[in-house]
Design a protein around this ligand. Structure first.
Ligand SMILES: [Zn+2]
Ligand SMILES: [Zn+2]
Length: 282
């Protein structure tokens, strides 16, 4: 069996007293969990971290935009006339670390030909969330009361799989969980800078823990007394600094019961398991 992880974006609805409905589950990232041998296979690369953030944010933005398109919009000039879809437009959206292409519906009044969101340039939010559109959101006509709350969650799953065998999910951790709200201004469109960093931090943290667990899942032998297994001798918390995030990693100290040879202190852990010294390790 091969140890793997996947990070998923789930779009679901829930309400107290109702069964949860999962609308979609998208695999954002999927890969092997390998025993770390050097700094190059420990953790996730800078490129993977940016891709992770991009794809999570992309999935979140698409859900927020779908909320705009899911409710009827009325012409601000001809009060009772519903706007109709009039094709789509791809718009650029630039965030702190990532760039996105967002597909926005063009809406047009069949009577007076009024168009909303049709001239999107630069910041998508200024056009999509135009003043007129916002007033439409506030009008009673669009207020369809629903008891279910639209939510998203980003999960980290560790699992084992092999061709011909059933997949075994070992753990599922919710990395981030929140509401999907209709965007009304730039402050609730997308994820905040802080949330983005937290997302990368918590995904990477979960991944690093799985990699470290792989080191201790196999017996380690004393390099001096050849056949003697090292035994655990407490834990040590070690700092790990990555590009965007800092982590506290719990490392087992291992000791030979015979000769008392010990490794697993912060310097020897590195020497034993990572053949390349780097400023990443303290
Ligand atoms: Zn009109
Ligand atoms: Zn020994």
């Amino acid at each position: 069996m091969t140890k793997k992880f996947r990070i998923c974006f789930e779009n679901y609805e829930s309400s107290p007293g109702h069964e949860e409905i999962v609308h979609s589950k998208e695999i954002i990232m999927n890969g092997l969990i390998e025993r770390p041998v050097d700094v190059f296979n420990f953790g996730l690369s800078h490129g993977d971290q940016i891709k992770l953030l991009h794809d999570c944010l992309d999935a979140f933005l698409k859900e927020q935009i779908a909320l705009i398109d899911s409710e009827p919009q009325y012409c601000p000039k001809c009060k009772d006339i519903k706007l109709r879809r009039n094709g789509k437009r791809v718009s650029d959206y630039h965030d702190v670390f990532t760039d996105h292409k967002l597909e926005i519906c063009r809406m047009r009044c069949p009577d007076c030909k009024y168009e909303s969101g049709s001239t999107i340039q630069g910041s998508v939010i200024l056009k999509v969330i135009s003043k007129e559109l916002w007033y439409c959101f506030l009008s009673d006509k669009t207020a369809e009361f629903t008891t279910m709350t639209k939510k998203f969650r980003i999960c980290f799953e560790s699992y084992e799989s092999n061709p011909g065998h059933e997949e075994i999910v070992h753990s599922k951790e919710i990395i981030m969980n929140g509401l999907i709200e209709k965007p009304v201004d730039v402050f609730n469109f997308g994820l905040s800078h802080g949330d983005q960093i937290k997302l990368v931090h918590d995904c990477l943290d979960a991944f690093l823990k799985e990699q470290i667990a792989l080191i201790y899942s196999e017996p380690q032998y004393c390099p001096k007394c050849t056949d003697i297994k090292l035994s655990r001798n407490g834990k040590r918390v070690s700092d790990y600094h990555d590009v965007f995030t800092d982590h506290k990693l719990e490392i087992c100290r291992m000791r030979c019961p015979d000769c008392k040879f010990g490794h697993g202190s912060k310097t020897t852990f590195f020497a034993e398991h990572c053949s390349y010294k780097s400023v990443h390790w303290i």
